[in-house]
Design a protein around this ligand. Structure first.
Ligand code: SF4
Length: 346
C-alpha cells in the first residue's frame, strides 16, 4: 500500500490531510488568533479501541480526566470567543477525545458553529455508530462541511476484535451510503488503518466504501500519543513511515502551539489534539477569553520551550509521536524567524 493518489470512479484514494489547501505557516506567523481549532463535544466513547487512551476506562479513571458531555452553553461561550478573532478560523473540528455524536446536542453544535462568520469550515470525525438516517439528515440540515468516518474493520467480527464492540456492520455501511446520497456540498471521507485489515481485506474495504464516499484512505497505526505507549500495535516496518505512508520526518519543534488550540469537553484548553491526559492545559474557557489564552503566559512559555529546546524541553511533548507521524507542518530550521516573531531569547 502506498500513498499515490488514484481515482476510482468518483472517489479519491489519498491522504485525508491533503483534501484542503494549506497555508505556508512560517510566512503567516505570528497569528493574531488560532486558525485551526478542535472542540470536543464529549470525552466519552462507546468503543474500546486499543490504539486510543479513551478506549481504556481504567487508565482514564486513573488519569482523573473529566468524563462529560460539553453543555451547549459552553459551546456558545467558545463561539463568542471565536467571534472576537481578527483572522478567519479555517477549520473548526468538532471532536477530540470522545465519540462526538454521543452528545445529544451535536447537530445543534454544528448549526451554531456554522452561524459564526469567522468559521470557514466545520468538520467532525466519528466512528459512525450513531450515524443513522435521522442523524444524517440533521447534520446535513445543520450545514456540516466534512464528516470523516473511522472504520475499525470490514465485518462485525473485526469490530469485536479491534474495538471491543458489537455492531450491526451491514447497518453501518447502509447508513454511510444514505449519508453519502444526501450529502450535497458536504464531503464524506472514510478511513481505516492497515492493521485492522486482514489478508485481502484492502480490496473489500475499497469495494464496500469506495462507492459511498468522496475520499478513502488506509492509514497506519502509529505511535502518536504522548504518555500512552502503543508500540505493541505498531508494525516494525511502520516505525519509519508516517501515518500517510510517507518517509518519517522527525521534527524538533512542534507546530501546533503556533497555530491551533483544542478545547476539551470540560472547557480546559490544550495546545493540541493528543493532550488526552490534560498535561499541557493552558487555560479554561469557563473563566477566560479564548484570545487571552492564545496570548497568555502558558502558551508563550510552551512556544518558547519549543523554539529554544525543542519538544524535548517538555516532558509530555518529549514522548509525543504526533509531530513526527501525523503533523504536516514543519517549523524546523525556522527557529531564528520564530525567535524574532515570538520574542524568545536564546
Ligand atoms: S509535541 Fe505533541 S503533546 Fe506537545 S504540543 Fe505538540 S502535539 Fe501536543
Amino acid at each position: 500500500m502506498n500513498a499515490v493518489l488514484e481515482t476510482q470512479d468518483t472517489v479519491q484514494f489519498s491522504p485525508l490531510p491533503d483534501a484542503f489547501e494549506r497555508v505556508d505557516l512560517i510566512e503567516a506567523l505570528p497569528l493574531p488568533n488560532p486558525i485551526s481549532m478542535l472542540v470536543d463535544p464529549t470525552s466519552l466513547c462507546n468503543f474500546r479501541c486499543q490504539f486510543c487512551p479513551t478506549g481504556d476506562p481504567h487508565l482514564i479513571k486513573q488519569s482523573g480526566r473529566s468524563q462529560n458531555f460539553m453543555p451547549l452553553e459552553l459551546l456558545q461561550r467558545i463561539l463568542d470567543g471565536v467571534r472576537e478573532f481578527e483572522q478567519p478560523l479555517k477549520v473548526l473540528r468538532l471532536y477530540k477525545d470522545g465519540e462526538p455524536l454521543l452528545n445529544p446536542h451535536f447537530a445543534e453544535f454544528v448549526r451554531q458553529a456554522k452561524a459564526v462568520p469567522q468559521v470557514q469550515r466545520v468538520e467532525t470525525t466519528t466512528n459512525g455508530s450513531k450515524l443513522d438516517r435521522a442523524m444524517a439528515r440533521r447534520l446535513m440540515d445543520a450545514g456540516i462541511d466534512r464528516i470523516v468516518i473511522s472504520i475499525e474493520g470490514v465485518s462485525a467480527q473485526k469490530y469485536l476484535e479491534f474495538a471491543k464492540v458489537r455492531i450491526d456492520f451491514d447497518a453501518l455501511v447502509e447508513n454511510i451510503a444514505y449519508l453519502h446520497s444526501i450529502r450535497g456540498q458536504c464531503q464524506i471521507h472514510v478511513k481505516t488503518v492497515q492493521e485492522n485489515l486482514g489478508e485481502g481485506e484492502d480490496a473489500v474495504f475499497r469495494e464496500l466504501f469506495g462507492p459511498i464516499c468522496d475520499r478513502l484512505f488506509i492509514e497506519r497505526t502509529v505511535p502518536s500519543w504522548p504518555t500512552f505507549n502503543i508500540d505493541r500495535l505498531v508494525r516494525r516496518e511502520s516505525r519509519e513511515l508516517d501515518a500517510q505512508h510517507r518517509p518519517l520526518v522527525r521534527k524538533r519543534v512542534c507546530a501546533y502551539p503556533f497555530y491551533s488550540l483544542s478545547v476539551n469537553s470540560d472547557g480546559t484548553v490544550s495546545p493540541c489534539c493528543v493532550d488526552w491526559r490534560r498535561d499541557l492545559v493552558l487555560g479554561d474557557v469557563r473563566r477566560e477569553r479564548l484570545l487571552d489564552i492564545w496570548n497568555g503566559a502558558a502558551l508563550a512559555e510552551l512556544r518558547r520551550t519549543h523554539i529554544e529546546r525543542g519538544r524535548a524541553g517538555n516532558p509530555t511533548c518529549a514522548s509525543c509521536g504526533q509531530v513526527d507521524y501525523c503533523a504536516t507542518e514543519n517549523l524546523d530550521g525556522a527557529e531564528g524567524r520564530l525567535r524574532k516573531a515570538f520574542g524568545a531569547t536564546a
